[in-house]
Design a protein around this ligand. Structure first.
Ligand code: TZP
Length: 225
């Protein structure tokens, strides 16, 4: 039952950001089990991502995720599908460069929900920063390393590419950056050095033997200062 409100947009913590992959998790129940373990391990945000899923299945999985995340105070974001995000009362949505444009996504989401945007270049970061203030909350920057978790991934931009995008967004007064693509806990000091405020991961958690411990390792790496 929808007993509580979406997580406050301003309180969105992207430091340990789990992106789900239904196949890698072993199906719908695997996603739920993985996310349950990630919550115990200290995940700070979860994105439901399943580009191939039937809309009805995606919405059902999202509703089930929300039922376990909302009581834990962990926000749920839906990749690409702003309509599904709204239909299930998720905490926000994430769009790529070829998805619904950020202004349109923000129009649908209203002022209360989180919106993330994928960027790979300083020019894309500057374009995001030039949008009306409060349009985009977070840039997903990558892929930092080569990844096998995204079929149509662009070429890896490396830590230097991440640093260039983060610097461009900062200089333009744009949103903070979360790094994505081939990342795991040992990368986190370098990600922080490059200007990222979080790591978004699929394979570092999904399909691992111990998703709780994998999440905890990411969390501990960010917390170590
Ligand atoms: N966008 C850029 S890279 C990527 C997405 C969704 C996949 C990240 O998965 P992994 O397994 O953490 O490399």
């Amino acid at each position: 039952a929808p007993t509580s409100r979406p997580v406050d947009r301003a309180a969105f913590d992207p430091s340990v950001y789990l992106v789900t992959d239904t196949a890698l998790c072993g199906g719908r129940d695997g996603v739920l089990a993985t996310v349950r373990q990630a919550v115990v391990g200290g995940v700070t945000a979860v994105q439901l991502r399943d580009p191939g899923a039937a809309t009805r299945d995606l919405a059902a999985l999202g509703a089930a995720l929300l039922a376990l995340l909302r009581p834990a105070g962990v926000p749920l974001v839906v990749d690409d599908r702003v309509d599904v995000a709204l239909a299930i009362d998720a905490d926000g949505a994430h769009v790529g460069q070829r998805d619904l444009d950020p202004l349109a996504a923000r129009r649908l989401l209203g002022p209360g929900r989180h919106l993330g945007l994928s960027v790979s270049t300083p020019a894309e970061a500057r374009a995001a920063a030039a949008l009306a203030p409060g349009t985009v909350d977070l840039l997903g920057v990558g892929p930092v390393r080569p990844t096998s978790s995204k079929a149509d991934a662009r070429a890896a931009i490396g830590l230097d590419g991440l640093a260039a995008v983060a610097a461009a967004s900062r200089a333009a007064g744009g949103p903070p950056c979360v790094a994505i693509g081939g990342l795991s806990a040992p990368d986190i000091p370098a990600l922080r050095e490059a200007g990222a405020v979080g790591a978004a991961v699929i394979s570092a958690v999904c399909g691992t033997r111990d998703p709780r411990a994998a999440t905890r390792a990411l969390r501990d790496a960010w917390d170590a200062r």
